[in-house]
Design a binder for this molecule. Structure first.
Ligand SMILES: [Zn+2]
Length: 605
């Protein structure tokens, strides 16, 4: 999946810190743990379970994103996906969340492999951190996926991709042995190249997991996929199914072919330049546009970091065949007649500083919208963004006569299943157990209802929470009482280290939650606090009416300084400041659910 942001998580998703550069520090320093919403359900990780196959979702079962599932059998562990939870990376003010791997601590040697279903960030985005923390286990995926992981690792920390131990899946017919697991693959259809379905075989059961998937009607490459062959796999078959489309009906759904026909017609007939806003994760679509442009002699300019990066990888692997002259930089578009230019960019969600918004608000250095241009929103609306997109469209309609979005013409399809697809899949695979996964809880429950409607026995459907353990043993399945820690792990930072975005994020934070400045005078010799700690607030709380609260912050500041400084001149003040930022931030968040920017100043006297 590539787009949905879970609104409730965004609140806890911001950083306390100003724009410090994070990427030169050890990886672990960037990761913060925050409390889970329901701490009662976390129990101490159990080291050994007796017998059976254990399926443990660490993320992706209560949200869209941070997809990661553990399979444990006979002491061996394999992992499917290592995703992060986060919206498009060009949305300001937002960090991301990764799966919690507490349960795997001390079990690193038992991890026989990490299979990555495809290269979208909600499936691989946490890999740079988690692979590092798990001492780089073997990673299995198709070419595009492995290339994306490598790029992500390099973005996260330069040079780190040299530690990646990767096994490429060369063909879906390949069979590999990972410890006591036999792993096989099958083709799936999704919006990125090289998505693959995974079959995990153990003597206790066969897990079938397509990753993200859709059953498109008439996909452009001709073949419509069916899954009847999976019904021949040994039972009990456990179907784990990404169920994001459980609430999406088939009615009015167009085929990939129709969507491309619509896009091509718009591009072909455009009298001015064409601007297409889409998700950077729609790699197949962007590739298709590029190839079509070349066919009709138009030039394409990509704008948006992730979009350029993804297309670069797809081209290198030969998945997008375009002459190098077809792609031009946005700075060069003025060299061509307007009707020969197509701009593909991110920001169709109205994200403040993203490319499309900048174009529409006349803040783009190279691209200005004219009346006869064609602007196409080739994306769905992420829930919560409706108003922003509406405003964006309104200002666009003032500037341009040809604005096309999905309400007018089918210029987007999602790459995910529909409710009917889920039912078809269930009938074709005919599993003994059904686990809807990789979506919000309500979608998983809707998928359960869909299954029941096909006659699937309700008692054999398991909607697992993150951290639940499903044990499959002797043909039976049950959810164990024990749970493993699946609480949030927040990553404080932006993977691409782009100053512009960091500054923007700080601004968002300042605008929403204000700033708190802490000034402490320290005796340089003794390392001890001298005099009163000063606390200043702007846009956070009104100090005069919050005396008690500020008093508590004062006490906490003194306490943190005395605990983190040494009694002589050897104190590491950077460390003290980091502690102040983190601990005061946590304290304030617990009390107010706000995250003001915290700036600690330590003045040595
Ligand atoms: Zn995906």
């Amino acid at each position: 999946m590539n787009f949905v942001k879970t609104m409730s998580n965004n609140k806890t998703n911001k950083t306390n810190s100003p724009s410090r550069s994070r990427w030169h520090k050890p990886l672990v320093r960037n990761i913060k743990r925050v409390e889970q919403s329901n701490p009662n359900k976390v129990q101490t990780p159990q080291s050994e379970f007796k017998g059976g196959l254990h399926i443990i979702p660490l993320g992706g079962n209560e949200e869209v994103g941070r997809n990661m599932t553990l399979f444990e059998y006979g002491g061996d562990i394999i992992i499917l996906d290592m995703g992060m939870q986060f919206p498009e990376e060009d949305m300001p003010g937002i960090d991301y969340i990764i799966p919690n791997i507490n349960y795997l601590k001390g079990k690193e040697r038992r991890i026989k492999g990490v299979i990555l279903s495809h290269g979208h960030l909600d499936h691989i985005g946490a890999a740079p951190i988690l692979l590092h923390n798990l001492s780089y286990p073997l990673v299995i995926g198709r070419d595009m996926t492995i290339a994306m992981v490598k790029k992500k690792m390099e973005d996260f920390q330069k040079g780190s991709s040299q530690y990646l131990k990767a096994k490429r899946i060369k063909s879906v017919d390949e069979k590999i042995t990972l410890g006591k697991f036999e792993v096989e693959f099958f083709d799936v259809e999704h919006s990125i190249m090289d998505a693959v379905g995974v079959i995990i075989k153990t003597p206790e059961g066969t897990v079938i997991h397509p990753g993200d998937w859709t059953m498109e009607k008439g996909p452009v490459d001709g073949k419509s996929l069916t899954y009847n062959h999976l019904a021949k796999l040994p039972s009990p078959r456990i179907l784990m199914l990404e169920s994001l489309g459980a609430i999406v009906g088939d009615a009015g759904r167009v085929s990939e072919e129709e969507m491309y026909r619509n896009l091509q017609k718009l591009i072909y007939e455009a009298k001015g330049k064409v601007v297409i806003g889409t998700f950077s994760s729609q790699i197949k679509r962007i590739g298709h546009i590029l190839e079509y442009a070349e066919k009709i002699g138009k030039k394409v300019a990509l704008d948006g970091y992730s979009m350029k990066m993804n297309m670069e990888i797809a081209k290198q692997l030969g998945y997008v065949k375009a002459h190098k002259d077809t792609l031009v930089s946005v700075a060069e578009i003025h060299k061509y007649p307007e009707n020969r230019i197509i701009i593909v960019c991110t920001g169709a969600q109205g994200e403040g500083n993203a490319v499309l918004s900048r174009i529409i608000t006349d803040n783009h250095k190279y691209i200005k919208i004219k009346k006869n241009d064609t602007v196409i929103f080739s994306s769905s609306i992420i829930p919560g963004n409706e108003r922003t997109i509406q405003r964006l469209k309104d200002s666009l309609y003032r500037k341009c006569d040809n604005v096309i979005h999905s309400d007018i013409m089918d210029v987007h399809i999602s790459g995910h299943c529909s409710a009917q697809d889920i039912q078809k899949m269930l009938i074709q695979v005919s599993p003994q157990f059904f686990l809807p996964v990789y979506a919000n809880y309500y979608m998983l429950k809707e998928a359960e209802k869909l299954a029941v409607k096909t006659g699937f026995p309700k008692e054999k459907i398991f909607v697992l929470d993150n951290g639940s353990i499903l044990e499959v043993k002797k043909g039976r399945a049950e959810v164990l009482l024990k749970k493993v820690d699946a609480s949030y792990v927040m990553v404080d930072g932006l993977g691409i280290g782009d100053v512009g975005e960091v500054v923007l994020r700080d601004r968002t934070q300042l605008a929403q939650d204000g700033i708190l400045v802490i000034v402490a005078m320290i005796d340089g010799e003794s390392g001890q606090l001298r005099g009163k700690v000063e606390v200043h607030s702007r846009g956070f709380v009104y100090l005069k009416s919050s005396k008690d609260f500020i008093g508590e912050i004062n006490v906490l500041v003194k306490d943190i300084i005395s605990k983190t400084s040494s009694k002589d001149h050897t104190t590491n003040w950077g460390y003290v400041k980091d502690n102040l930022r983190d601990k005061i931030g946590e304290f304030i968040f617990k009390r107010t659910e706000r995250r003001p920017m915290i700036l600690p100043f330590i003045v040595e006297m």
